[in-house]
Design a binder for this molecule. Structure first.
Ligand code: COA
Length: 154
């Protein structure tokens, strides 16, 4: 680990801070969620999430949908400058402690087949490949396949 642990902090994603997400969604593979969509997700859609801070600055987030005994990761990003230092894994571990408390049995997500960085990341933290989803993503005027990945807990 190359970061200073005492500079890292987490806050629960809620209506007061969800506007921060917009600025953190920079990656070409991240679908941009606007404030209204996130508020709706948190209020009515079973949404939960965390923002990770480094030296009091927001540097990443993860949010997911809680589907009783399953969870779907909807979005996850660490600012590019802070990547590959173990922070994404640390953030995901925090999310997983929620899964354990809520007895989530399975977590799944979709990832663009060309997003090797994220695929490596998810494999590293224990996700396995389930299936290919043909033409799942629309990128400009073409379609790209997605992969369905999952991790089981109980
Ligand atoms: C995916 C993402 C959140 C990972 O965050 P991160 O903080 O860089 O991840 P970590 O530093 O915890 O890396 C954990 C593992 O991921 C893999 N990984 C991370 N960066 C990598 C890189 N540049 N090249 C290859 N593998 C990489 C490695 O296996 C790494 O483990 P290791 O350090 O023991 O080798 C980050 O790359 C990101 O924000 N990507 C853009 C947004 C995105 O694609 N989100 C997912 C959409 S589904």
């Amino acid at each position: 680990m190359v970061y200073e642990k005492n500079k890292i902090d987490f806050r629960i994603l809620d209506n007061s801070n969800c506007r921060l997400i917009k600025a953190l969604q920079q990656d070409k593979y991240t679908r941009n969620w606007n404030e209204e969509e996130i508020e709706h997700l948190l209020k009515k859609g079973g949404g939960h999430g965390l923002i990770i801070y480094f030296s009091k600055n927001p540097i990443g987030y993860c949010f997911f949908r809680d589907l009783t005994d399953e969870a779907e990761i909807l979005s996850l990003e660490i600012k590019s400058k802070y990547r590959n230092k173990g922070l994404g894994s640390l953030l995901f571990k925090k999310i997983e402690s929620y899964f354990v408390d809520k007895r989530i049995r399975r977590c799944f997500l979709e990832v663009n087949k060309n997003n090797n960085l994220a695929i490596n990341f998810y494999k590293k933290i224990g996700f396995v490949y389930i299936k290919n989803i043909k033409n799942y993503y629309k990128v400009n005027n073409s379609y790209q396949d997605g992969l369905l990945l999952q991790k089981t807990y109980i």
